[in-house]
Every structure is written in structure tokens, then in C-alpha cells.
Design a protein around this ligand. Structure first.
Ligand code: GCB
Length: 607
């Protein structure tokens, strides 16, 4: 009888989504620029493989405790084991290595607001993939998407002592998720980025954008235009934007909706570029709220087959990167992790990185701003997306607006890439067009692209002539494609005969190329998995790309070996994709130096 009741509750909940409020979009931005306190550290956890935690024998978010010795509480956090947050669960416990399902996390804490009359939010940098968020026993909503932030307001629920925050995180794969069922990367589950308590005044600065105006690029006085959006109820008439170093103090008139636009000019402004990654401390003041951000000013556009940064042609000396620290075998989540990855890229001579295949942690974007590394940012519209499903399209738009909201003031980010290796077709073209126009409407100042495929051997078109004619490239500023000649097709020397026709008069980026090598395995250049094979393949590929008209950027696949359940070849892959130019332990393979040398020459060429 009990079981029948349980099943009917379960069915009703599944049908009606258990009253979930979806929380996409308006998270608190620039959390480090506001009053905050970390909730990182050890969290208690309960495993919930069948995902009944919202409704089961005891809804886990309620944090039930036995009140008497006869009370039956089957799920209790109090004596549970712990996991570190941030961190993927897979990397922390052997028995969780391949676990896919849900885990409920609990953090207890006392908190005394630092300011009187503050509003209190809890911010989560990312949790993979779907999170049920609850605070002090109340379910506040659900967030979907494993790589973008979310936050919930808890002002009215907060107590001075014994608060409990419970997050149910599921990393199950589903056909209507983004990404979908199969990826060539590891499905790190859990709360993978920082969790913070953030305090803001009753009315606060919710969003802001500053953009250097192209028309003023070559003028003595450079002009920046921007906007501020406040959240709250009692909007001040005016807000202010200040940059001390430039002597800027711009007044912003705030309208009834809490929005204001502004413009200021400066004769002294240095442009941001890889050679001169100049950032300014920008202070925004509105009523009681005040925050600072470090912002660089530059322009980016295309002209024919060139990409112009601050009006000058640039060659993007790039590399593809996954958001993973191979040494800790975990998702990257700290500034140190970001330094490790961008440090290798810089050593290789890069001025550009492709943050594949999903939004990376905010630290790496901010570090790229400081170091002068241009960025391609991406959404996991990857293999096997359910293009016909309108809900999936909504999710893609929601995730993209979160990414743009987070990073739109970063000078480093110049390209939004909306997809990777997707097969042209009516439904897919419609879907990506919709995403492209959504991204453009959110941010018309950056370039759009996607990693496409060429037409060739896969389509049975034998021969040496390849075409890049994906119809979706029509809506992009840059044509990008992945190319694995010498690894998935033919031996490295077959590169010599290949010719490419790009059907668009647009700049071209080779968004992936490469092949695997086991670091320290040396043999002749025909032996697969040897460093020599990889080195040879890089040489042949680079020579082939040099002959393609319009190539202005490369992002070889990939900077470092990365974890993936897709690659199991014993003694060779062992759960790792070996295409890294650097090994999992940080040793550079021979091909690393081929790229380093190639980029040294490119840098000279583009001086
Ligand atoms: C690709 C994918 C990338 C894979 C890579 C590979 O084309 O975009 O996610 O990891 O190939 O190693 O095969």
C-alpha cells in the first residue's frame, strides 16, 4: 500500500515537475567585486542514484532528523561522509569514479550580514548538470546546465545560526540535455565551482556593459558607451561610472525601469591587446551600491578574410583547452588551475585560446584578460543534440544568455562559438540560426562562429579536394572547421595533396587538428601513438593549412591530455584522450615545440 502511494506521488511529481521553479538567467554577476563569503570546503553528502531525493521516503532537502528514538529517518546528513566543494565527486572517491546519478550536498553555517538591511544571495559558479536548490528546508528552484552560474535570494530565510543549504546535483545524461548523450570528455559530476554568500543593498547594480565605440578608434578622443541596469524597487535618479586613472566620472540618468545609458570619452585611453593587456579599474555607483570591475577597451571586427583587432589584422595563435586540471584529475576551478593552463599556452607562444566545448570557469576568462590572451568561448551544442526539440532550443538560449551575462565585459573574449561538429540539416540549421540571432541580440560587439565540418571522405566524396560549405556559416563572421587529416583520415603525408575550397569570403580558423601520442613513447614517425608520429603529423598539417586561403587562426586539439570515458585503449589511452601537446603530468611532447616554433614565425610575420 505504502509502495503504491509512493509510486503515485512519484508519477505525479514527474508529470508536473514537482513544482520546480526554473532558475535560469539572472544570477548575481561579478561576485568577487561585491561583499561575499565563501561556502567552499567540506560538504556532507547522500547518494541518490534513482533521483527520488525531492519526493522519496524522505525528501532530502528537508534535512530530516529523528526527534525521538522511535522516529524513522532513513536519510540523514548528520553522520554522512563528506566531499570537497568545489570539486567533481568522481575525482574524490574511487567508488564514484564512473558514477552518474544524483548526489545531495549539505552545507551548514552561521551568518551575520556584514551590512544592515542587505539582501542575501547564494551564488553557485557551476554544478553539473541539473541542480535542485534548497535553503533551510525550502525548495527555491532548479537550474539546468553544467557550466554556467546561478544564484538564489535567501534574505527572508536566513538565520543567524544553523542555516543549511542543500543542493541536489544530477549529472545524468539525457537526450534533451546540452550536451546530450555522448561527449568526448569526462562527465565530472557535482558542485564544480565556487559557492558564495553574496550581500547587496536593497537596490543594487544587476548588470552593466561598457563598449568602446569603433568609430572613435582612430580619433584622438576615444568614446565608450554603456548601460547600467538596477534591480530592486527604489531606484535612485542617477548612477555614476568612474575611472580614476582616466579622470572619467560619467553620470547616468536612471529611468523608471531602473535602466540608464551613458557615454564618456577619453584622450588618454590605452587600447587592450595581447601585447598590451591594459585593464582599468571601473567603479560603478548607484544609491548604496558600489562595485569595481577591471575592464579593457578594444574593438574586434572582420574585413574580407581578415580579423581586425583594434583595426589591425591579427593572426590567432591559438590552442584548444578543456576546463580540467589533469594533475588533480578534476575540473579546473581556481586561479591556480587557470594559471597552469594559460601558462602552458603562453609558453607555446599563443595569443588565443579556444575554451572548448562549454563555458569554462570565470577565473580563466579573467586571467586571459590580465595576460592578454584572446578567447573563443563556446556552448556544448555538440554531437547528438535533439535539434527538433523546442525545449532544447530554449535551454540553449538560456545557457547562452548566462554565458554572455557573465563574460560580456571581458576584453579577452572576441568570439562566441555556438556549436561543434554538428551535421547540417533543416532542423539543425534552423536551431543554430535561432541561437545565432539570440547571441547577436545579446551582444553585437563580438564575432560569431562554430566549429563546422568539411565535406569530404565522410560523405563518400573521395579524392583530394575538400569543401567547406556548411550553410550555417552564412550567418557567422568567421568560418571555422575541424580537420583531422593524418589521424582519422590517411597518413600524415596525404596532407600534401589536399586542397580546400572555402565557399565564403570570410576569415578562416582551423578550430581543431591533431592526433594522439603517449608522452615518452619514442619510435619512428610512422608509428602511431609515438611522439614522433604526432610531431610529423603536425608538420604536415601546418604545411597544408599554410596553403588555405584566408586562414587567420589555429586552435590545435588540444593543449593537454584529458579524461574521457570514450578512450579506453589499454596501455595507450586508459581513459584519456592522448591528443594533448602536454601530457597529463605536465610534460611537453615533441609536437608542442613544432607549434611553438610555428607561432614564433607567425608572430614575426604579423608584427
Ligand atoms: C573532435 C571533437 C573533440 C574530440 C576530438 C577527438 O572533432 O570536436 O571533442 O575530442 O575530435 O579527439 O577526436
Amino acid at each position: 500500500m505504502r509502495i503504491t502511494k509512493f509510486i503515485s506521488v512519484l508519477v505525479i511529481c514527474l508529470l508536473f515537475g514537482a513544482g520546480n521553479l526554473f532558475a535560469q538567467g539572472n544570477f548575481i554577476t561579478n561576485v568577487n567585486g561585491r561583499t561575499h563569503q565563501s561556502l567552499n570546503g567540506k560538504w556532507k553528502y547522500i547518494l541518490d542514484q534513482y533521483e527520488t531525493g525531492q519526493i522519496g521516503f524522505s525528501p532530502l532537502y528537508k534535512n530530516s532528523k529523528a526527534k525521538s528514538k522511535s522516529d524513522r529517518v532513513e536519510y540523514s546528513f548528520d553522520n554522512a561522509q563528506t566531499l570537497w566543494v568545489p570539486g567533481s565527486w568522481n575525482s574524490q572517491k574511487e567508488e564514484l569514479y564512473y558514477y552518474e546519478g544524483s548526489i545531495w550536498f549539505r552545507k551548514t553555517f552561521d551568518y551575520q550580514p556584514k551590512h544592515k538591511n542587505s539582501r542575501i544571495f547564494i551564488y553557485v559558479g557551476a554544478a553539473n548538470y541539473k541542480t535542485t536548490f534548497s535553503f533551510n528546508g525550502k525548495k527555491l528552484g532548479v537550474h539546468e546546465g553544467g557550466f554556467t552560474p546561478f544564484s538564489f535570494e535567501v534574505t527572508d530565510l536566513l538565520k543567524k545560526q544553523d542555516n543549511f543549504l542543500i543542493l541536489g546535483v544530477s549529472n545524468r545524461r539525457e537526450k534533451d540535455y546540452i550536451p546530450a548523450m555522448v561527449t568526448d570528455w569526462y562527465n565530472h559530476g557535482g558542485i564544480t565551482r565556487d559557492v558564495k554568500i553574496v550581500e547587496v543593498p536593497q537596490t543594487y547594480i544587476d548588470d552593466y556593459t561598457l563598449v568602446l565605440q569603433k568609430e572613435s578608434l582612430n580619433k584622438k578622443t576615444r568614446v565608450v558607451k554603456g548601460s547600467v541596469q538596477l534591480a530592486g524597487s527604489d531606484y535612485p535618479d542617477k548612477a555614476k561610472v568612474e575611472i580614476k586613472e582616466l579622470g572619467v566620472a560619467a553620470e547616468v540618468s536612471i529611468n523608471k525601469e531602473g535602466r540608464g545609458e551613458f557615454a564618456f570619452s577619453s584622450k588618454k585611453m590605452s587600447l587592450w591587446s595581447p601585447e598590451n593587456p591594459k585593464l582599468y579599474d571601473v567603479k560603478l555607483i548607484a544609491g548604496e551600491d558600489e562595485l569595481t570591475d577591471r575592464i579593457g577597451f578594444r574593438t574586434v571586427e572582420t574585413e574580407g578574410k581578415e580579423i581586425l583587432l583594434n583595426g589591425k589584422p591579427v593572426f590567432l595563435r591559438g590552442v584548444s583547452i578543456h576546463d580540467e586540471n589533469p594533475v588533480r584529475r578534476d575540473r579546473a576551478h581556481s586561479m591556480d588551475d587557470a594559471k597552469l593552463l594559460l601558462g602552458w599556452a603562453k609558453e607555446m607562444g599563443c595569443n588565443f585560446a579556444r575554451l572548448a566545448h562549454y563555458p569554462h570557469q570565470e577565473n580563466i576568462v579573467r586571467l586571459a584578460d590580465e595576460m592578454g590572451i584572446l578567447l573563443w568561448e563556446e556552448l556544448p551544442l555538440y554531437w547528438g543534440i535533439d535539434w527538433k526539440n523546442e525545449d532544447v532550443l530554449k535551454k540553449a538560449k538560456a545557457q547562452y544568455s548566462e554565458l554572455v551575462r557573465r563574460d560580456k565585459n571581458r576584453a579577452a573574449t572576441i568570439i562566441w562559438s555556438i556549436a561543434n561538429e554538428t551535421v547540417p540539416g533543416e532542423a539543425r540549421n534552423h536551431f543554430l540560426r535561432e541561437v545565432a540571432s539570440q547571441v547577436r541580440s545579446l551582444d553585437s560587439t563580438r564575432l560569431l562562429s562554430a566549429a563546422c565540418k568539411k565535406d569530404g571522405w565522410e560523405d563518400g566524396l573521395a579524392g583530394d579536394n575538400y569543401k567547406v560549405s556548411d550553410p550555417i556559416a552564412e550567418v557567422f563572421d568567421i568560418v571555422s572547421f575541424n580537420e583531422y587529416q593524418g589521424w582519422y583520415g590517411g597518413s600524415p603525408e596525404t596532407c600534401r595533396n589536399k586542397r580546400f575550397t572555402i565557399e565564403y569570403n570570410k576569415p578562416v580558423i582551423i578550430s581543431e587538428f591533431g592526433g594522439g601520442a603517449i608522452e615518452g613513447f619514442h619510435a619512428d614517425k610512422e608509428t602511431r601513438w609515438s611522439e614522433e608520429y604526432q610531431e610529423y603529423m603536425y608538420q604536415e598539417n601546418l604545411a597544408m593549412f599554410d596553403k588555405i586561403d584566408g586562414v587567420v587562426g589555429l586552435t590545435p586539439w588540444i593543449l593537454v591530455d584529458f579524461m574521457t570515458p570514450l578512450r579506453q585503449l589499454p596501455d595507450v589511452q586508459d581513459g584519456w584522450n592522448r591528443k594533448g601537446l602536454v601530457s597529463e603530468s605536465g610534460a611537453k611532447k615533441k609536437a608542442f615545440y613544432i607549434m611553438q616554433n610555428y607561432y614564433k614565425n607567425k608572430k614575426e610575420e604579423y608584427k
